[in-house]
Unconditional design. Sequence first.
Length: 401
Amino acid sequence: MDAFIYDHVRTPRGKGKSDGKLHEVTAVNLASQTLATLRDRSSLDTRWVEDVVLGCVAPVGEQGSNIARIAVMMAGYDESVPGFQINRYCSSGLEAVNIAAAKVMAGQGMAAIGGGVESMSRVPMGTGGGAWATDPEVAFRTYFVPQGVSADLIATLHGYSRNDLDGYAVASQQRAAKAWSEGRFARSIAPVKDILGVTLLDHDETVRGNVTLESLASLKPSFADMGEKYGSDGVALLRYPQLERIEHRHHAGNSSGIVDGAAAVLVGNAAFGRKAGLKPRARIRAFASIGSEPTIMLTGPTPATQRALKLARMSTTDIDLFELNEAFAAVVLRFMEALSIPHDKINVNGGAIAMGHPLGATGAMILGTLLDEMERRNLGTGLATLCVGAGMGTATIIERV
């Protein structure tokens, strides 16, 4: 059975610090406002929604437990609508949509919602702990290094210079600024409001279209200390002994920003569309998740894309447009090189380097961005993918209908 995307919305992304515009808003309110907007703009009878799946990478404290079910209740959905939270690190939001689609494809419901949420200003990255980074035995046996060191490892291994990385970052900022100035995101943004109904934020807060190579050149590498002083470089070199040393080339300007945000995607079968009076915007053709080498960690998008393409009986040349989460500049450069994808076909409206990466929500956000741009350009097929912590990747292929 086919699963179609009927609609999607996202919040703007707010700077993930105490002075960010969304800092006063809890994660459950970010998620519930997004779900309410998705319902209201489609005049959706929520009794038809079989499940709500939300990604959340730090499910602790006020963001903990089963945030999806609580957000469903806070949004005023029918009490029959269940919800659950998942964590596949950075691809959680896309995996949530894939799970919603799988339920529909399996005939286990007419409609479901997938998405994600992360309030990084209120629940900082890493708050959840976990054995991989904190248990010495686990870290030793799996050659654990922090993600920033992994990004620098990719750049060193494949010869991406600081200028290459910064050049990509400048393009991301310029593309995002242009997309916002031309209103390309307007259809899908759900402005975040406070308890009095006053709008707190209606645009991505971290876009800086005036960034230049010269301004980025003044930034110091962000991961040199953890690599050189705290031993992570040595661990990575045990796994990649062909390298003499790791060159630290990533910094705040060519890495993804820490932000707050939420997103939701409405998925259903054809019968749901007829019943709800909604027209499908795209069909979810295939999706895949894979494991990859965990020390370099961030190369998973390539094999995940290849697996999804194989399932769909397609090749990269059959895809009109790509979205890859810009966790670090080297991640995108490696993906483009490995699959021979030109820069004018990927992240054409910028990405997380400019707009930020709200961990649990980003996957659903980039899928929606992909669909909107496919419609704007009148293109037929698109693929969204993300690298994932601990060495994984997730990819989803959609086609317009």
